[in-house]
Design a protein around this ligand. Structure first.
Ligand code: CP
Ligand code: NVA
Length: 318
């Protein structure tokens, strides 16, 4: 597996098992206050076409703490979206700053931004992918595993709900990290075949189930087959869900998700709950589940900052 860190982070599959593992080690060191590297006097532009609480703030605070300067450029602050083409914005910004963190509606736009900007570009969420979220998710799972004396590659995670941008990045991230993934999504809202094939090409083998209960319990697949590695999946250590209606989507899809809500019963026996947040209580997750002692969502949200700081150190560090 390659040991060279990519120059951008647009999708999580730009990392190898080795570079991902190194990044998580570094994030843990940052979190423990043991990372001496800095990005003194570097400026990071943050181009956001959609709202954000966690991503924006964790990047802004994270850059500042490392000695850098974040400059936030919201939808109505710059000419992008109001007449100036993306490729012009990308080249102008790259003339001033050392990196661009971008939350764009369209993933194709992000790819174009990276083509025209000759500084590192980081995906802060697009319609297709949320790799920075996956980094925090994996650090959280690694911490949960360590609490039980296990390694990250001994964890089983169940994804329940929409096969969306967060799921797509997670599927690849889990394959890179050796996390066993069970997936329960309603018909028509599964994780797309490209992501599943990408995971398979990395040796990951996500298993699909009909219901959240089946995904958490593990065991035989929906179609009754065994995995080709002949290993019968165990029950999940943690369950992860996200909103059913992502930013920019219509609520018309909602009826398909009946029966996919994560509640306290699904967490019985100490199954942990992850959610990238923001959550829509009463929809994909109950208030009881989110506030329960099995919920690790605040730990997970907190992990956005050290993982992104480690990422910036890899991208901008000497
Ligand atoms: N999880 C996440 O990306 O949250 P924000 O939309 O608040 O940044
Ligand atoms: N899937 C959600 C994630 C928000 C952080 C969305 O794209 O709106």
């Amino acid at each position: 597996t390659t040991t060279t860190f990519p120059t951008d982070l647009l999708t999580i599959d730009q990392l190898s098992p080795t570079t991902l593992s190194r990044l998580l080690d570094r994030a843990a060191a940052v979190k423990a206050g043991e990372e001496p590297a800095r990005i003194d006097d570097r400026t990071v532009a943050m181009v956001f076409e959609k709202p954000s609480t966690r991503t924006r703030t964790s990047f802004e605070a994270g850059v500042s703490e490392l000695g850098g300067h974040p400059t936030f450029l919201g939808q109505d602050d710059i000419h992008l979206g109001h007449g100036e083409p993306l490729k012009d914005t990308a080249r102008a910004l790259a003339g001033y700053v050392d990196a661009i963190v971008a939350r764009l509606n369209s993933h194709d736009d992000l790819v174009e931004m990276a083509e025209y900007a000759d500084v590192p570009v980081v995906n802060a969420l697009t319609d297709e992918a949320h790799p920075c979220q996956t980094l925090a998710d994996l650090l959280t799972l690694r911490e949960l595993a360590a609490d039980c004396g296990k390694d990250l590659d001994e964890v089983t995670l169940a994804w329940v709900g929409d096969g969306n941008n967060v799921a797509r990045s997670l599927v690849i991230g889990c394959a890179l990290a050796g996390v066993d993934l069970h997936i329960a999504t309603p018909e028509g809202y599964g994780v797309d075949d490209d992501a599943l094939a990408g995971a398979a090409s990395l040796g990951g083998e996500p298993t699909c189930y009909d219901s959240p209960e089946a995904a958490v319990a593990g065991g035989e697949r929906t179609d009754g087959s065994r995995s080709s590695s002949d290993h019968l999946p165990d029950g999940a250590d943690a369950v992860y869900t996200d909103v059913w209606v992502s930013m920019g989507e219509s609520e018309e899809k909602l009826p398909a998700f009946e029966g996919f809500q994560v509640d306290e019963e699904l967490l019985a026996g100490g199954v942990k709950l992850l959610h990238c947040l923001p959550a829509e209580r009463g929809r994909e997750v109950t208030d009881g589940a989110l506030e329960s002692e099995n919920s690790v969502v605040w730990q997970q949200a907190g992990n956005r900052k050290p993982t992104q700081q480690a990422l910036l150190l890899e991208l901008l560090g000497e």
